[in-house]
Design a protein around this ligand. Structure first.
Ligand SMILES: [Mn+2]
Length: 331
């Protein structure tokens, strides 16, 4: 896929302005970054009379719908120009990957993932904590150049939400001085940071809270607590009537165990198929996920393991995690 170029911010801005009816693609299992970044772009483009729509293979989670209010989330349409934001590889497009070939093929990929598979000319900034940081740079550049009007409160809110979301409320290791500078600038321009953060992090459905209770009561540890995990089977979920997406934050709960250096959650999504989420303080869990055909960031990755039951799935995964723990056991 080396036929694609890395492009500059200025070039990307020009190409964006040249689009008349853009469709902005988000990644599957949409998070605050992909939704906030795409929605901010769409709002800025609407402000200059363009007709953008948003695309995602999955529904937008209820708690993120405040970002897309008033925008159109649709399906691919002929005659539109496609761009993708916060999408690292074709696999993250889900069934929308079928637009990769043909007239709807993406023309721009705006992303911050270091590892990925390029599928369009790319504006990439691997040091950015969120795709929202890149979109912030892009939109403030266009604003400064007088090419778009002053960013609306809604647009600024989307940008703040995308950055706060991908940094876990400015707590994760990807948070940089630049991240805080951008957040400060958004604060100065009037975003209601407290309200946004409450919607992102402190607002749960009843199912999500019940799921949280189930995860907490299922936590197991090995290696003196350095390895913490929870397995949620199909029958456990069915008994409580809990959908899979209620367990989105499960791995963050497990990783909050003070002794944990690596945290894992195994969720049986359909019979004998376990979605695995991995988090680490230091160890490279992306390479472990890759052993099972998955991927992600060094400290946050995921994969799917086919196994008869949760114990078998754990037996397949555990040796890799224990090995990854060894190097820093002595430190
Ligand atoms: Mn992101």
């Amino acid at each position: 896929m080396s036929e694609f170029q890395k492009i500059s911010l200025e070039e990307c801005a020009e190409r964006l302005l040249a689009m008349e009816r853009p469709q902005i693609v988000m990644h599957v299992h949409p998070d605050g970054d992909t939704v906030g970044s795409a929605a901010a772009l769409a709002r800025a483009l609407l402000s200059i009379g363009k007709e953008p729509i948003l695309l995602c293979d999955d529904p937008i989670p209820e708690r993120l719908c405040f970002l897309t209010e008033g925008l159109t989330v649709g399906t691919p349409e002929k005659g539109r120009e496609t761009l993708a934001v916060d999408v690292a590889s074709p696999a993250q497009l889900g069934s929308l990957r079928e637009i990769l070939t043909g007239e709807l093929a993406p023309r721009l990929q705006i992303d911050h993932h270091e590892r990925g598979e390029r599928f369009a000319d790319t504006l990439i900034a691997p040091d950015a904590a969120a795709a929202g940081e890149i979109v912030f740079a892009l939109l403030t550049y266009l604003e400064g150049a007088g090419k778009i009007p002053s960013l609306s409160k809604e647009t600024l809110t989307c940008l703040y939400a995308s950055i706060s979301s991908d940094t876990g409320g400015f707590r994760f290791a990807n948070t940089t001085a630049d991240t805080h500078r951008i957040a400060a600038s958004l604060h100065e321009r009037g975003v209601d940071a407290a309200a946004i953060n409450r919607l992102l992090f402190a607002s749960h459905s009843e199912s999500e809270l019940r799921a949280e209770a189930m995860v907490i009561s299922s936590i197991r540890t090995e290696c003196d607590g350095a390895l913490a995990y929870a397995a949620i089977t199909l029958s456990m979920r069915e008994k409580e009537g809990l959908p899979l997406d209620a367990f989105e934050t499960a791995v963050d709960i497990v990783r909050s165990l003070r002794t944990a250096k690596i945290a894992a959650v195994l969720k049986e999504s359909k019979a004998q198929s376990f979605k695995v989420s991995l988090r680490a303080n230091q160890a490279d869990v992306a390479s472990i996920a890759a052993q099972f055909g998955g991927g992600g960031h060094k400290l946050a990755a995921g994969c799917t393991i086919k196994a008869e039951d949760a114990e078998k799935a754990w037996e397949m995964l555990a040796p890799y995690l224990k090995k990854a723990l060894l190097p820093d056991e002595n430190s």
